[in-house]
Design a protein around this ligand. Structure first.
Ligand code: G
Ligand code: G
Ligand code: MN
Length: 250
């Protein structure tokens, strides 16, 4: 049974801009050839109520439904970029999840650039992962924001590709640099020939489009081996690491 007693506190804290119960953790994305090289870290939000972690899918969806996602998303961006700036010597970049509603705020691209500037971070070290939880109606506005960000060097990733609304049609409607293949497309790659064929087509498609692909949800060496055979090079998943605190990347 879902326990909802965090919701009142959540609304209160977000509207009062009290973010002490919020934090960010980071899951590595690796480039794998003969060696494994850390390529980026994905920022994932955590929210605690009475000492317990609330499921991010729940509080993100709740924020989207209740007009709180702009504030919550702003926190994620600020926190992630401040955290990245303490790793300044590194080549590392950060991936921040952004709900597509945030793109409808005309100041969004400005604030992203302003946070990068105030942390003296190279914009190419930021990737924005567009998480699709609804059917995009207004592509013109979304594309305007995407163009403003990409002009500065910020990269755009389509998150959860192959699940929900992040489908094939999206690939021809917006501009992006990276596709993140949803873990549901990957889980049975070792046992299901069709799943393997689908991934093969995604590889061919991404080569045609000159797009980088990150495979999410890699849990076993066997999966990794199969995925490397198919030509993929960027991976994320429990095989490599669970999300960790920024201090663990210092
Ligand atoms: O690792 P985890 O259980 O935290 O992630 C659950 C989901 O919550 C993921 O699909 C991720 O896209 C989403 N999520 C996590 N952090 C953020 C965030 O800062 N902003 C948005 N919009 N979504 C997030
Ligand atoms: O939707 P998005 O890709 O932003 O969500 C990341 C989510 O995936 C987080 O909840 C994270 O904890 C989860 N995750 C990351 N790696 C793995 C994995 O290898 N297996 C599974 N089942 N979940 C994973
Ligand atoms: Mn993501």
């Amino acid at each position: 049974m879902e326990n909802n007693d965090w919701k009142d506190a959540f609304v209160h804290e977000v509207t009062e801009l009290k973010y002490d119960k919020f934090s960010m953790v980071y899951q590595p994305i690796f480039y794998v050839s003969n060696q494994r090289k850390l390529s980026s870290i994905e920022a994932l939000m955590r929210y605690k109520h009475k000492g317990h972690n609330i499921n991010p899918d729940s509080f993100i969806a709740f924020s989207e439904e209740h007009g709180l996602i702009q504030s919550v998303g702003d926190y994620a961006l600020r926190r992630s970029l401040t955290d990245l700036s303490i790793l300044r010597n590194s080549e590392l970049s950060v991936n921040v999840n952004v709900s597509y509603q945030q793109f409808f705020n005309i100041f969004f691209a400005h604030s992203v650039i302003a946070y990068l500037t105030s942390n003296t971070l190279d914009p190419t070290r930021l990737t924005i992962e567009i998480t699709e939880s609804a059917y995009i109606q207004d592509f013109a506005l979304v594309n305007e924001t995407i163009a403003a960000l990409r002009r500065e060097g910020v990269k755009i990733a389509i998150d959860d590709f192959g699940s929900g609304y992040a489908n094939l049609s999206l690939l021809s409607k917006i501009d992006y640099d990276i596709i993140k293949v949803d873990r549901s497309c990957v889980s049975d790659v070792c046992s299901n020939k069709k799943a393997e064929q689908v991934l093969k087509s995604i590889k061919a498609l991404s080569d045609d489009l000159s797009i980088k692909v990150v495979i999410e949800g890699v849990e076993s060496e066997k999966q990794l081996e199969k995925l490397r055979e198919l030509g993929f090079m960027y991976f994320q998943g429990w095989l490599f690491s669970k999300p960790k605190k920024i201090q663990d990347f210092l």
